[in-house]
Design a protein around this ligand. Structure first.
Ligand SMILES: *[C@@H]1O[C@H](CO)[C@@H](O)[C@H](O)[C@H]1NC(C)=O
Ligand SMILES: *[C@@H]1O[C@H](CO)[C@@H](O)[C@H](O)[C@H]1NC(C)=O
Ligand SMILES: *[C@@H]1O[C@H](CO)[C@@H](O)[C@H](O)[C@H]1NC(C)=O
Length: 422
């Protein structure tokens, strides 16, 4: 995931087309885009899929998730109530199912296997596609997909603990310096030394209330989260006496054009404590986090380095009712997508990078001979979907090889099944 958003959402599907030789090749199809990232940008960052497609003679298709990017069913009114109500996981999956079926018809490729791919939320969607439409989808590669924690099955402390561990793994002093900086900020706020806070953090306006300090804490926590997730080449020299200033500058002032930081325009508090990003896509994500997708993650300054910022199910309910007039359904994802009975599914790869704070919200253990967990040491958020690069660690090279082999097997099996069903 890149940019200002928390969950990156991408799904790609692999169909196959009839080639002129009469042999069947494959087609790849991507369903969701990452928040803030256009489908095309995602396509450019998913080199692994195009490399695989080239090997298999496949066509790659990227499709956009409803309510993201340009796929707005009611134009600029899409984010109004009740129009937003058609934004659900089920509807998005149905879009893909209908689209794949229709495309296979149009391409005269009804006999071609389909494999879905995705990273982050897109990885979750890939899993769901395989579970819900095994008649259409032969297998799924779910990269960095936190399918357990978002179904409400995780530890609410896990996410920010793992962000903290990323920094501690650089050096423990690094983690301690960040904790110290938040402590300093707390003391300044307690003494209402607002002008000092303004100058320390280059804020456009001095904070003037507990709410402003809460917002500043959220904005700073988000900056560290993004650094951990994007695996910026951070190092200890960023973390000094003014621990938070450099990270804030890296994340929010990457373009170098800001003269000061505006507390309320750079970061929006929403139903995803890891950040919803900005713009229309952030609204779509906020709505999803208010309905089906559980992201009740807390920081507590004990298991993590951040100030205590709880976000309980009742906080979520209160916020979501006020913002969208909806009441979250915390159990629905778990109920409809098999929750802790995943071992009865088949043909899914769950890949996770060790450096990714989302990893432990997903499946880390192989569940059966066709439900394979892959660990990528030194891997960040769905690194394996990216194209081969000279700087790739051995772990990701070998992960891609395993993935390609498994997918080739599934495609072969599916071709046999499709031929027999003729
Ligand atoms: C943003 O970056 C530019 C270029 O590095 C720098 O001159 C400016 O002071 C930065 N703004 C803030 C608010 O730190
Ligand atoms: C975090 O905990 C430490 C140790 O208990 C405390 O001194 C510090 O003030 C706390 N920081 C925040 C931001 O609450
Ligand atoms: C991946 O790493 C996690 C955490 O270190 C571990 O619990 C899990 O067993 C590993 N899974 C595989 C498939 O190696």
């Amino acid at each position: 995931m890149r940019k200002m958003s928390a969950l990156l959402a991408v799904t790609v599907t692999l169909l196959c087309v009839q080639r002129s030789t009469g042999r069947k090749a494959m087609v790849l199809f991507s369903s969701t885009l990452e928040m803030k990232e256009t489908v095309w940008e995602f396509a450019l960052n998913s080199g692994f899929i195009t490399e695989l497609a080239a090997q298999q003679g496949a066509l790659v298709i990227f499709a956009e998730h409803r309510y993201y990017g340009k796929s707005l069913p009611f134009g600029k009114d899409s984010f109004k109530i009740p129009q937003i109500g058609l934004l659900t996981v089920e509807q998005a999956l149905a879009d893909y199912a209908v689209m794949i079926t229709e495309l296979k018809q149009q391409l005269a490729a009804t006999q071609c296997p389909v494999i879905v791919f995705g990273g982050s939320y897109g990885g979750m969607l890939s899993v769901y596609m395989r579970l819900k439409y095994p008649n259409i989808v032969a297998g799924a590669l779910a990269a960095s997909a936190p399918i357990l924690s978002t179904a409400g099955m995780g530890d609410p402390r896990q996410f920010f603990r793992d962000v903290t561990d990323d920094f501690a793994s650089v050096t423990p002093e690094c983690r301690d310096a960040v904790r110290g900086a938040f402590h300093q900020l707390k003391e300044l706020a307690e003494h209402q030394d607002y002008s000092r806070i303004q100058s320390e953090f280059s804020l456009c306006k001095p904070p003037s209330s507990a709410q402003d300090i809460h917002q500043l804490n959220g904005l700073l926590r988000n900056a560290f989260t993004l650094m951990a997730m994007l695996d910026y080449p951070y190092s200890t020299h960023f973390i000094g006496e003014h621990a938070c200033q450099p990270c804030q500058a890296i994340v929010y002032n990457a373009t170098g054009v800001l003269t000061c930081f505006d507390l309320y325009s750079l970061y929006l508090e929403c139903a995803d404590p890891t950040g919803c990003g900005l713009g229309f896509d952030s609204m779509a994500w906020d709505y999803q986090a208010c309905t089906e997708i559980n992201l009740c993650y807390e920081s507590n300054n004990v298991t993590d380095m951040f100030p205590p910022m709880p976000f309980t199910e009742s906080d979520r309910e209160r916020y979501c009712f006020k913002r969208w007039s909806v009441v979250p359904q915390p159990d629905w994802l778990k109920i409809q997508f098999w929750g802790d009975a995943l071992s009865t599914a088949s043909n899914i790869i769950f890949s996770n990078g060790d450096l990714d704070p989302w990893a432990n919200g997903g499946v880390r253990k192989t569940l059966s001979s066709s439900l394979i967990a892959i660990n990528i040491s030194e891997g960040a958020h769905h690194l394996d979907l990216r194209g081969s690069n000279d700087a790739d660690p051995v772990s990701v090279i070998s992960a891609r090889k395993t993935e390609a082999d498994l997918i080739a097997q599934w495609v072969k099996m599916e071709k046999i099944r499709l031929e027999q069903s003729l």
